[in-house]
Design a protein around this ligand. Structure first.
Ligand code: F6R
Length: 267
């Protein structure tokens, strides 16, 4: 697992967008797993800038979002369909047919979950999955206690999550109680994970995720087992980490300089 601590939210967001843009440039038909919430908003803003100013092309990209509230129609301002349209899809050149979010209004939920898994498979699997993290360590809507091998399914939201998300609703009673979410197993099947965290209220969850034992009580800890997981966090979210981590990705220049010095000594 690669842990990168950036100075602030903007730098974290720019790096996350750069990593995603690299995937898209390398593979124009890339399959992106996307997240909602406040954390990735800066990343979407930067990806939109890269599209508008540097021609980053999304015309062949396919997307799958992590989750959706049950009971909110796509036009509802707090639905994740609405969030993604407003904050990302309406500003890039992705064909609407390439966009997938779990449906929150279908009655045959079991079939919808099965179909979502099948659609991801048919698209060739997710190349890079963007993740936020809950204060309680959830990823997507996989709340504490979720099976670490779970697939797309319906979950009841934790009281803690309902409380946290109530900031987006008029009254706490308006926060949906159920969500349809990719499972932890679904997320772990992605080729690459990119988990972001910002702010001091995420510091505890990040410390356990990176340095704690793997446990269903903190679902994000499973990313320790992923073969290509990158965590980009700001200094505040890194505040409770005990070990020190790198400040920039892929910066092997010091190691390469060392090899050169060693070679120089021999000759
Ligand atoms: C959203 C999602 C959630 C959020 C998490 C953090 O699609 O899957 O797991 O990533 O609740 O939310 P924010 O970023 O608002 O703190």
């Amino acid at each position: 697992m690669e842990v990168i601590v950036k100075e602030n939210y903007d730098k974290m967001s720019r790096l996350a967008a750069k990593i995603i843009a690299e995937v898209v440039r390398e593979k124009p038909r890339a399959v992106l797993g996307l997240a909602t919430g406040s954390t990735p908003m800066g990343t979407y803003k930067e990806l939109i800038r890269l599209h508008k100013e540097e021609g980053l092309d999304f015309s062949q990209v396919v997307t799958f979002n992590l989750d959706e509230y049950i009971g909110l129609p796509p036009e509802h301002e707090q639905s994740y369909h609405y969030f993604m349209k407003e904050n990302f899809f309406d500003h890039i050149n992705i064909p609407p047919g390439n966009i997938h979010l779990p449906p929150g209004m279908v009655e045959n939920l079991l079939e919808a979950c099965r179909q979502y898994e099948q659609d991801i498979k048919d698209a060739g699997g997710i190349d890079i999955q963007l993740l936020g993290i809950g204060v309680n360590g959830h990823i997507a809507f996989n709340e504490p206690g979720s099976s670490l091998g779970s697939r797309t399914r319906v979950k009841t939201l934790d009281n803690n999550t309902i409380q946290n998300n109530s900031r987006f609703f008029e009254r706490i009673e308006d926060v949906p109680k159920y969500a349809i979410t990719m499972g932890i197993g679904t997320v772990m099947n992605s080729q690459r994970l990119l988990l972001l965290a910002t702010g001091v209220n995420k510091a505890h969850a990040i410390a356990i995720t990176v340095e704690g034992p793997i446990t269903a009580l903190v679902p994000a800890t499973i990313v320790q087992l992923h073969r290509q997981a990158t965590l980009v966090v700001d200094r505040q979210a890194a505040a409770e980490l005990k070990c020190s981590y790198r400040d920039s990705p892929h910066d092997l220049s010091e190691a390469v300089a060392y090899i050169k010095r060693q070679k120089g000594k021999k000759s």
